[in-house]
Design a protein around this ligand. Structure first.
Ligand code: PMP
Length: 426
């Protein structure tokens, strides 16, 4: 019998490039037919054949309170009856900005946008506008959305500016982006020593989740902080993924390090399109309509999306929320590691807050190079065995996984039993 997923994928490829609206959904890396999702609830979603999966991507981060949480759904239902979009300010946006400024350290003012890409792109423009400098530093393996300046891979030498990773990005754009090694403080120091006065900003995922999971070392982030302060460069923490995920106050609180600008997304929209960037009021004062840095959006601060975001922000502030989330995620990572190693594989797992990584390697990778050296083929086979077992992991060896508060001990135990069977067949 042909699967509905196969039928939908074949149809999708007729009218949508690659059959998907965002590339990693296409299963290119792991092979096979992407699952078309029809509905979701709590820790589960169901595909077009009505097969149920324990979901470990959670919409790539937003579903931290579990899917279709009754309070989020009710907030959205109420908002919808009042109108879908006005193109004029609303009280909901005021409340949301106040809530973000209350929760996130070092955010005095915030601008709401509709995607993480817009947040990072606008933060870069702000950093360049405020410093009147063009050059930016990013790190290999960190993803910051698909703005031109950020789709850049490392150049061949320390002071070689990057090459575009995407067709359609002019060299003239990428030549202002310097791509350095993640967790390599010495290299960062050398670059600042020679061209520090030209650097508008450093942008980093403080807990990287786009090259599987690799947390920055505290020393790396401290070095970055002091170099930026010393040279008048802006430090941007891209917390679109790790914000509200590694802890309520994100990576700044986890490491005890203050950024100048913080990008947010995913969780703050609770599954609808809300993202944001914010920081000190003097810096944010460069934004239009106050200052000369332009940025705008027809649907920015959309009332329905803001309603979903606000109810999610309330739910994650429940006492013990992050303690529970962290414990559950740690149980999952430790259990997977034990299962993989007991089956005789070079396999390990790690977790930070509600994010986790699994690695077919002897040791947990701490750099982009170490991550690239993990066994991708074994991951791909393991991914499909888990999928057969009804567990949906990120469909790439180089993406982190996400746990929701609804992934309780019973769900984790079921996942670990599935993993034992999968490892036995690997
Ligand atoms: N920054 C980071 C750290 C991300 O993980 C992502 C998306 N995965 C983005 C930016 C871009 O966000 P969006 O997909 O909402 O544009």
């Amino acid at each position: 019998m042909t699967s509905n997923n196969d039928i939908l994928f074949a149809r999708a490829q007729q009218t949508t490039p690659g059959g998907v609206n965002s590339p990693v959904r296409a299963f290119r890396s792991v092979g096979g037919t992407p699952r078309f999702i029809s509905r979701a609830e709590g820790p589960y979603f169901w595909d077009a054949d009505d097969k149920r999966y324990i979901d470990y991507i959670g919409s790539w981060g937003p579903a931290i309170v579990g899917h279709t949480h009754p309070e989020v759904i009710s907030a959205v239902q109420q908002a919808i009856t009042r109108g879908l979009s006005f193109g004029a300010p609303t009280e909901g946006e005021v409340l949301m900005a106040e809530e973000i400024c209350k929760i996130v350290p070092n955010v005095e003012q915030v601008r709401l946008v509709s995607s993480g890409t817009e947040a990072t792109m606008s933060a870069l423009r702000l950093a360049r506008g405020a410093t009147k400098r063009d050059k930016i530093i990013k790190f290999e393996g960190c993803y910051h959305g698909h703005a031109d300046s950020l789709l850049v891979k490392a150049g061949s030498g320390l002071l070689t500016f990057g090459n575009p990773t995407s067709a359609g990005v002019p060299e003239d754009f990428s030549k202002h982006t310097l791509v350095l090694d993640y967790n390599n403080s010495q290299q960062l120091e050398e670059v600042f020593a020679s061209i520090g006065d030209q650097i508008a900003c450093v942008i980093v995922e403080p807990v990287a989740g786009n090259m599987n999971l690799i947390p920055a070392t505290k020393e790396f982030l401290q070095t970055m902080r002091s170099l930026c302060t010393q040279h008048g460069s802006i430090l941007i923490f891209d917390e679109v993924m790790c914000g509200f995920r590694v802890g309520l106050q994100g990576a700044q609180a986890l490491y005890g390090i203050a950024a100048d600008l913080i990008c947010m997304g995913k969780v703050i929209g609770g599954g609808l399109p809300v993202a944001a960037f914010g920081g000190r009021a003097d810096l944010m004062g460069h934004m239009a309509p106050l200052g000369g840095v332009y940025q705008a959006g027809t649907l920015s601060g959309n009332p329905v999306a803001v309603a979903a975001g606000m109810s999610t922000l309330k739910l994650i502030q429940a006492p013990g929320f992050y303690e529970t989330l962290t414990t559950q995620t740690r149980q999952l990572a430790d259990g997977l590691q034990a299962a993989g190693q007991a089956a005789g594989f070079d396999f390990c797992a790690d977790a930070v807050g509600g994010m986790f990584g699994i690695y077919f390697a002897k040791e947990i990778p701490r750099s982009y190079a170490a991550m690239m050296a993990t066994d991708k083929e074994k991951f791909n086979r393991f991914f499909h065995l888990m999928l057969d077992e009804g567990v949906y992991l990120a469909p790439s060896a180089f993406e982190a996984g996400f746990v929701s508060i609804q992934h309780d001990s019973a769900i984790i135990a079921a996942t670990l039993e599935a993993a034992q069977r999968a490892f036995a067949r690997l």
